[in-house]
Design a protein around this ligand. Structure first.
Ligand SMILES: [Zn+2]
Length: 88
């Protein structure tokens, strides 16, 4: 196994190995981190605050997930991505 799958970050548009990104999926009308690798359409993102904020601003999740109505809760996702609870 020498070739890791490469994915595109929906925040910055950069490419990275799948292992370095987190996968997000639509759960109803929300965007959640897909820790179970549940299959279906997913969006890949660097687990960093700048990439998350760019993706939210650009509404990149709706496009990537082909689900225009989904809402990304930036604060909740940020907490999950960084491992810190909500703090502002
Ligand atoms: Zn990125």
């Amino acid at each position: 196994m020498t070739s890791a799958p490469i994915r595109t970050c929906v925040g910055c548009g950069g490419k990275a190995a799948q292992a370095g990104l987190v996968r997000l999926v639509a759960a109803g009308s929300r965007v959640v981190i897909d820790r179970a690798r549940s299959g279906g359409r997913g969006a890949w993102l660097h687990p960093t605050v700048p990439c998350l904020e760019r993706a939210v601003k650009r509404r990149a999740f709706g496009r990537a997930l082909r689900s225009e109505g989904v809402q990304a809760d930036a604060i909740a996702l940020r907490g999950e991505l960084t491992g810190n609870p909500r703090k502002d």
